[in-house]
Design a protein around this ligand. Structure first.
Ligand code: SAM
Length: 193
């Protein structure tokens, strides 16, 4: 079984030079993604399922998918600095990390994921994650889709709705994406440890 986490970003670009300061304080908000990665990495050895992070750069000049199986990461990501450095390497030289890159639009990416996984869309108005039917969750790979610093666009939500995703919530309030992935993992850990 695999858990996919799909997070689109319209602001992260591959064309700009990345340094630690430009990731941490930069307008592209690549730091949002490096924090998500750090939090997911912390959970990777705690349950049997394999986690795969899918970063989608939705800027029209990018349309680029980075597929990152956490098991493939050879140097540990244990703090913000290591996560930031990983992010810089990922965007500057993904080949050196053995990360797969694909040029595709969002709807093709969703079609590929839907062929392999049950899709879950994270939104505060969704169904409480703890109320999900355990058996349906254990029967397949599944993919959690969430916004990074902002929600998915209307067009992305429209594409996603074609696959009839399950809408799930981790609470009434809006949380940071990096917190949401920790809460999802806490839930998965209690079900799959
Ligand atoms: C930082 S939030 C986006 C914040 C805000 N809605 C906006 O667009 O500025 C990032 C993502 O985390 C997910 N999220 C945040 N709070 C959530 C909650 N309580 N339940 C489920 N998902 C949540 C949503 O997918 C959201 O797009």
């Amino acid at each position: 079984m695999k858990f996919f986490f799909l997070i689109p970003s319209s602001t992260i670009r591959t064309s700009t030079l990345k340094k630690v300061k430009s990731v941490v304080g930069g307008q592209e908000r690549a730091d949002v993604f490096s924090r998500i990665l750090l939090n997911l990495y912390r959970w990777k050895d705690r349950c049997d399922a394999k986690s795969v992070v899918v970063l989608y750069l939705s800027h029209p000049e990018e349309n680029l998918t980075f597929t990152i199986p956490l098991d493939l990461i050879s140097s540990p990501i244990e703090n913000e600095l290591e996560a930031t450095k990983f992010m810089i390497n990922l965007l500057n030289s993904p080949d050196e990390l053995g990360i797969t890159l694909e040029k595709q639009d969002f709807s093709s990416l969703l079609r590929n994921l839907a062929a392999d996984c049950n899709l879950f869309y994270l939104t505060s108005t969704g169904r409480d994650i703890s109320k999900l039917d355990e058996d349906s969750i254990k029967s397949n790979n599944f993919c959690f889709i969430l916004g990074s610093q902002v929600d998915l666009t209307d067009a992305q939500e429209k594409d996603l709705s074609k696959y009839d995703p399950t809408l799930i919530s981790v609470g009434d309030r809006e949380y940071l994406a990096s917190h949401v992935v920790s809460i999802i993992n806490h839930y998965l850990f209690t079900k799959f440890q």
